[in-house]
Design a protein around this ligand. Sequence first.
Ligand SMILES: [Zn+2]
Length: 253
Amino acid sequence: MWTFATTHPITPYLTSFCAGPFSGTAFTSEHDRLSPVPVSTNSLPTAAAALEAAALPELFRQPLEYYQRSLGLAYPYGKCDFVFVPGYPGLAFGAPGLVTITEQVLTEPPQRNPSLYLATVIAHELAHAWFGGLIELQPSEDGWLEEAITTYISRTALEATRPGATPWAEPVSLALPDHGYASDAAPIRQLETLIGRQAVLNGLGNLLRDHAHGHVSKDDLVQCWSQAAGRDLRQYAAGTLKPAAKADGQKTP
Ligand SMILES: [Zn+2]
């Protein structure tokens, strides 16, 4: 029998667990001012060699350390387990403390940019620990912002930590699993040219701190960005911070 500790409030659909004959490796992600985060990577024995070859610890450490540093917030959960699951119905899902990813990304990696593809899946799902886990955007109207922010910050982390990585460049972006959200992330990149990357990240950090374990709206977000930038961005955001019109119903994690 397993007894679980009491947690902060978690959205019901994010309450998840994973059981099976999984094994793998464990390591920690360090940050000079924060507690180390225990990370584990797991697969079935049949995928163990592929896991060891492809899922290198830096793919997890780099985005994790980038988010903690740039947002000024610790990883919100006590550990982070990654499980590569055979026959998983989707590509990946990031729940608090547990990220499940289809085993196929290890055993049948895409031909174009396999390393950046896997790094993108990992960075994206890790970012959901903060955006989707620690705070949730109001699903009715502002839910699109959750994937937009997650895609923005995970691609920013990839650019910053992987020399030569250009996830936004058109041919590269097209082959990445989060491409369906890239157009929704475009208004945040546009905001970055106006107020600077640091102000965008500081605003996101303030949003997480002010509303931890709760729901937030686009107005809360714009208020935090306005504070971080030292200017009122409400009018600007009303004109530009909108979901992109989708040509097809493409859906990514
Ligand atoms: Zn996502």
